[in-house]
Design a protein around this ligand. Structure first.
Ligand code: NAP
Length: 265
C-alpha cells in the first residue's frame, strides 16, 4: 500500500481547535462538564444558563485554565429572542458558531392523574420547545455563515424506555420528542451542512437526580442498570466530542444511548 495516498489522521478527527461552541445548561451537571471538555479539545465556548449562582462562573474559570475563551450568557431557553441574542453575541465575540450542545432541561414527578396543567406545560416548554428554539437560533447562524455545523441535543433514555417507579409522563414524552425532533431537523438540514444528533444518557449523578427527594432511589437506579452504577458527568463528554467533531462526519439523525446497558434489558 502506498502510504502517501493515505490521508488518515485519526487523532485529528477529535480536535476542536479554532471552533466555537454554544452550550445550554452550562452552569450545572452534564452541560457544564461537556462545555469544559469541549474547551479541553480546543474549542471556545459560549455558556448559556438561567442560573444566577456561580455555576456559569465556575465553568468559565475552568475553561480559562485550558487557555480557551468563554462567554457567560444568562438566558432562558424558553425565549427565542434571548437565544437569538445569545447566538449573535457568541458570533460577535468568539467567531462563527460551528457546534452546539443543548443540555438545559428540568425534571420532576407527579402521578399522571394528579399533575396540574402548568407543571406539564412548564416542563414541555423547557425540555422540548427550548431545544427547538435553541436549534433554530443555532442553525440560522450555521446556515448563514456556510461553514456547516454539528448540533447535539441531550435527550434521555426516558425517551426510549419508561423509568420504573418514576411518575413523569411529561418528562418521558418530552425526551421522546427531543429524539424525534433531532432526527427530523437532521433531515431538514442534511443537504445544507448541519448534522443533528442526540445523546440519551441513563441515570447520571447530577443535581437533577441527587436532589433530596431522589436520594432514596439512587440505589434502585444503580441496581436496575446492567453496569450496576450511575454514570458520572465525565462519561457524557466523550460521546459529545465524538458527535460534534469530524470523527462522526457521516453520523446524522443518530440517538446515542449512553446508559450503562440499561436499554438492553
Ligand atoms: P442539571 O444539573 O440540573 O443541569 C441543567 C441546567 O439547565 C441547570 O443549570 C438548569 O438551571 C438549566 N436550565 C433549566 N431550565 C433552563 C431554562 N429554561 N433556560 C436555561 N437554563 C435552564 O441537570 P442535568 O442532570 O445535568 O441535566 C442536563 C440534561 O440532561 C437535561 O436535559 C436532562 O433532562 C438530561 N438528562 C439527565 C439525566 C440525569 O440522570 N441527570 C439523565 C438523562 C438525561 P436550574 O438549576 O435553574 O434549573
Amino acid at each position: 500500500m502506498n502510504d502517501a495516498a493515505i490521508s488518515l489522521n485519526a487523532p485529528a478527527l477529535f480536535d476542536l481547535s479554532g471552533r466555537v461552541a454554544l452550550v445550554t445548561g452550562a452552569g450545572s451537571g452534564i452541560g457544564q462538564r461537556i462545555a469544559m471538555g469541549l474547551a479541553q479539545c480546543g474549542a471556545d465556548v459560549a455558556l448559556v444558563d438561567r442560573r444566577t449562582d456561580d455555576g456559569l462562573a465556575n465553568t468559565a474559570a475552568f475553561i480559562a485554565q485550558t487557555g480557551r475563551r468563554s462567554l457567560q450568557i444568562a438566558a432562558d431557553v424558553t425565549s427565542g429572542e434571548a437565544l437569538e441574542e445569545a447566538v449573535t453575541r457568541t458570533e460577535a465575540e468568539l467567531g462563527p458558531l460551528r457546534m452546539a450542545v443543548n443540555a438545559a432541561g428540568i425534571a420532576n414527578a407527579e402521578r399522571c392523574e394528579d399533575m396540574p396543567e402548568d407543571q406539564y406545560q412548564t416542563l414541555m416548554d423547557i425540555n422540548m420547545k427550548g431545544v427547538w428554539l435553541s436549534c433554530k437560533a443555532e442553525a440560522r447562524a450555521m446556515l448563514s455563515h456556510g461553514k456547516g455545523g454539528s448540533i447535539v441535543n441531550i435527550a434521555s433514555m426516558s425517551g426510549v424506555i419508561v423509568n420504573r417507579g418514576l411518575n413523569q409522563v411529561h418528562y418521558n414524552a418530552s425526551k421522546a420528542g427531543v429524539i424525534h425532533m433531532s432526527k427530523s431537523m437532521a433531515m431538514e438540514w442534511v443537504d445544507r451542512g448541519i448534522r443533528v444528533n442526540s445523546i440519551s444518557p441513563g441515570y447520571t449523578a447530577t443535581p437533577m437526580n441527587t436532589r433530596p427527594e431522589m436520594v432514596h432511589q439512587t440505589r434502585e437506579f444503580e441496581s436496575q442498570t446492567p453496569m450496576q452504577r450511575m454514570a458520572s458527568v465525565d462519561e457524557m463528554v466523550g460521546p459529545a466530542v465524538f458527535l460534534l467533531s469530524d470523527a462522526s462526519s457521516y453520523c446524522t439523525g443518530v440517538d446515542l444511548l449512553v446508559d450503562g446497558g440499561f436499554c438492553c434489558w
